[in-house]
Design a protein around this ligand. Structure first.
Ligand SMILES: Nc1ncnc2c1ncn2[C@@H]1O[C@H](COP(=O)(O)OP(=O)(O)OP(=O)(O)O)[C@@H](O)[C@H]1O
Ligand SMILES: [Mg+2]
Length: 462
């Protein structure tokens, strides 16, 4: 059963049935007790008085008990008319312990009260279409059984009516509670319907909207606020995606128009081979740039995908850093920049060697690109808690404080003009950040404009 409504109604009804049944049983038993108690005590009183009359030995009916004592008794005796009117509502029968009838009242006529060996003291019996309450009274001296029955038709009717009434009210209450359950669950589930209507109105056009929690029950507020959080994340991702696409188009547009222009110019008229060479060189330069950009974007895209092909192994940071520095030694040399390495602790990390090399390449690329002529780059490796910390500090142009937080965003460059000169795309640090995160590490960048930039990478030690 998948419907909450149906579950609520069934549960509600089951609880109702259980409560009502217990209540009805208690009510019925107490009413029966109230009805039969006075009847039972009056039957007992009569039995005892007959018993004592028999003991007075003043009646014509006679028998001997096991001890040989003789007794006599008869209901037809005038003195006993109270007990034996033909139309009395009481019926008497006196039996020996074996069940043999010794005497019975005139009200019984030719009939007999039922008797069996294992009789109960009080029982309800059917007799000539009437309901009788029957007492089987055993004389204390075990001489005989005095049976007395009373016509309880009226009382039985009361009990019957009461039972009928009980069933009818239970049925009514059940129907009412099912309807009530339906109404209550409908009301309880209405806010969910309302919320889903509001959710339906949200599309990629209005992802920035959120669902109002006004009037939403407390229990559903959590759901709504998680949904709103999800919307915010989606909105952010969507906007990022849009910006990414427009940034890419923008980045590709400039080199493409240069290429087109160079090609047009070259084709316009007959040129010297030198002019053709220059045109082709310029086209190649721009194509190289586009190819690098596309390479970086592909790398970023593969890093975003869950199924990137990274394979982790133990990597010595010292070796990896030296390998990365070697790639930039020539570039640094050309600008007179010196690179110093200080390995305070030897650390190994669990990493994908190729992507981690990409991290250090990008950082050294920046440290050389944005350094001053004859500047320095200081690289240190040390342990801090369970992290290996690599710091790359350069004596370069630095990053303004207000740009520090945006530095890892895709296509972000501090100053378009200064980056144009060094031909960066603003993708390097976003790639670094993503790779470091994929290694469960973190990135910290600190800088003072015109003085230094320090990039710290924290990686969990293997
Ligand atoms: N060491 C540094 N010193 C000064 N500025 C830096 C340094 N590293 C990064 N920046 C600034 O941060 C911006 C973003 O850096 P990032 O490496 O992401 O891009 P990029 O170097 O411009 O281009 P790409 O790395 O994609 O070729 C740079 O444009 C630069 O302005
Ligand atoms: Mg860079």
């Amino acid at each position: 059963m998948r419907s909450i409504k149906a579950k609520l109604i069934v549960l509600y009804s089951l609880v109702m049935i259980a409560v009502l049944s217990v209540l009805s049983i208690i009510l019925f038993l107490s009413l029966r007790n109230i009805v039969y108690k006075p009847i039972d005590s009056s039957l007992l009183k009569r039995a005892k008085s007959i018993d004592s009359m028999i003991k007075n030995n003043s009646f014509r009916f006679s028998f001997s008990d096991i001890n040989g004592n003789k007794y006599s008794f008869s209901f037809s005796d005038n003195r006993l008319w109270v007990y034996s009117s033909r139309y009395s509502k009481y019926f008497f029968q006196i039996r020996s312990l074996q069940g043999e009838t010794l005497e019975k009242s005139l009200s019984l006529g030719k009939m007999s009260l039922p008797f069996s060996k294992n009789f109960k003291r009080f029982e309800n019996i059917n007799f000539k279409g009437k309901t009788l309450r029957l007492l089987n009274y055993v004389d204390p001296y075990d001489r005989m059984i005095i049976q007395i029955a009373y016509d309880t038709n009226r009382e039985a009717k009361i009990l019957n009516n009461f039972t009928l009434l009980l069933f009818a009210s239970i049925a009514l209450i059940m129907i009412a509670s099912a309807v009530g359950g339906f109404v209550v669950s409908n009301r309880a589930l209405k806010p969910i319907n309302d919320i889903s209507l509001k959710i339906n109105r949200i599309s990629n056009e209005n992802l920035n909207e959120s669902i109002s929690v006004d009037g939403v029950p407390y229990e559903l507020e959590v759901l709504v606020s998680s949904f709103n959080d999800m919307l915010k994340r989606l909105d952010k991702a969507f906007k990022q995606q849009k910006r990414f696409i427009s940034d890419i188009s923008h980045e590709l547009k400039t080199p493409l128009s240069v290429i087109l222009m160079q090609a047009d110019m070259a084709l316009k008229k007959e040129r010297s081979s030198d002019e053709y060479k220059r045109a082709i060189e310029s086209i190649k330069e721009k194509t190289d740039m586009m190819s690098k950009l596309i390479e970086k974007m592909l790398l970023l895209a593969s890093l975003e995908s869950k199924y990137n092909k990274m394979s982790f192994s133990e990597v010595s940071l010292e070796d990896l850093i030296k390998e990365a520095i070697a790639l930039f030694a020539h570039k640094a040399d050309k600008r007179g920049i010196t690179i110093n390495i200080d390995i305070k602790d030897r650390c190994s990390v669990k990493a994908d060697r190729i992507t981690l090399l990409e991290v250090f390449s990008n950082i050294f690329d920046n440290a050389v690109k944005y350094n001053k002529e004859n500047g320095r780059i200081d690289v240190s490796v040390k342990k801090a808690d369970r992290f290996a910390v690599v710091e790359v500090r350069d004596t370069g142009i630095g990053i303004p404080k207000d740009s520090l937080s945006k530095i890892t965003e895709e296509f972000f460059r501090v100053d378009e003009s200064r980056s144009k000169k060094t031909s960066g795309f603003g993708l390097g640090l976003s790639i670094v950040k993503r790779i470091v995160e994929l290694h469960n590490g973190k990135l910290e960048i600190d800088s003072e404009e015109g003085k230094y930039t320090s990039v710290k990478i924290f990686l969990p030690i293997a």
